[in-house]
Design a binder for this molecule. Structure first.
Ligand code: CP
Ligand code: NVA
Length: 295
């Protein structure tokens, strides 16, 4: 049974299938393919959207959830990750894990014999980007020839965006301060493939002609790097940035958002913002991701 740890583990067709199925899940009531299935949710970090969209989705599909929150479970603390995985697979049919270290979820998924879904690590956030791709497809009808512009920090959500850009062959322009860089191994990996990733420190050039403008918090959960907000300020998504993008460009943010930091209140609340459709699409995307893992 497949895991869902990183988008780069998928083929292009598998990712397209998950996106199409997410839209089907949104538009029609779905078969209860999780009837009598038991899913353990391990959340070492806070979550609103990811946790609740998985819980609601699993319940709607007939399954049952068991939450281990940050007070009850820190992977590798009370017992080894290997032992935790080998016990849980005896009780449950799937694990959804939000943890700090990516190596922890990799280790968990390597030793266990049930599907493991990455609900965010310090390295990547693939479930989020599936929902984002669904949102773009809904807004524009397809994902072909789109320019995606990312602003601000080079974090876990961006990592999954880079992987999606390579897989689906769209242009991803990254606007970030000097000295803030995406994972260099990932950039090498991307450049060996289709060279669709452009890093630029001029925010207006990054926004120029973009179909989709995206940002995220400047300080991710558990991020210990001490960087002054000032260096990020030129990369705030505001009306000057949106003006450079296509007239029908959309603004996306995985949320939670910090108003007037990474995005102006005006843009977040403006006509081009689709952040709540994007948040809703988490629910439909989680169902498609679970279907992929259970079939
Ligand atoms: N976007 C997202 O993953 O939100 P949560 O941290 O609330 O799950
Ligand atoms: N980059 C953010 C995403 C939150 C959903 C974080 O890791 O905190």
């Amino acid at each position: 049974m497949p895991n869902f740890i990183d988008l780069k583990d998928l083929s292009k067709d598998q990712l397209f299938d998950i996106i199409s199925l997410s839209i089907e899940c949104k538009n029609q009531s779905h078969s209860k393919f999780m009837l009598d299935k038991h899913v353990v949710l391990i959340f070492e970090k806070p979550s609103l959207r990811t946790r609740i969209s998985f819980e609601v989705g699993i319940n709607q599909l007939g399954g049952t959830t068991y939450l281990l929150n940050e007070k009850e479970m820190q992977l590798g603390e009370r017992e080894t990750i290997e032992d935790t995985a080998r016990v849980l697979e005896r009780y449950a049919d799937m694990a959804v894990i939000r943890c700090f270290g990516h190596s922890q979820i990799k280790k968990f998924s390597t030793v266990s014999n049930f599907p493991v879904i990455n609900a965010l690590t310090d390295f990547s956030h693939p479930c989020q980007v599936v929902a984002d791709l669904v949102t773009i497809k809904e807004c524009f009808g397809d994902l072909q020839n789109k320019k995606i512009a990312w602003f601000g920090d080079c974090n876990n959500v961006l990592q999954s965006w880079i992987e999606a850009s390579v897989l689906l062959d769209f242009e991803l322009h990254i606007g970030c301060p000097e000295g803030i860089k995406p994972n260099q191994k990932t950039i090498l990996w991307a450049n060996e493939r289709n060279k669709k990733i452009k890093i630029n420190h001029n925010p207006l050039q990054v926004a120029d002609g973009a179909h989709c403008v995206i940002t995220d918090t400047w300080q991710s959960m558990g991020d210990k790097k001490l960087i002054s907000e000032e260096i990020f300020l030129p990369f705030q998504v505001n009306k000057n940035i949106m003006k450079q993008a296509q007239d029908n460009a959309i603004f996306m943010h995985c949320l939670p958002a910090y108003r007037d930091k990474e995005v102006s209140s005006e843009v977040l609340e403006g006509q081009q913002s689709v952040v709540f459709d994007e948040a809703e699409n988490r629910l439909h995307a989680q169902k498609a991701i679970m279907h992929f893992c259970m079939n």
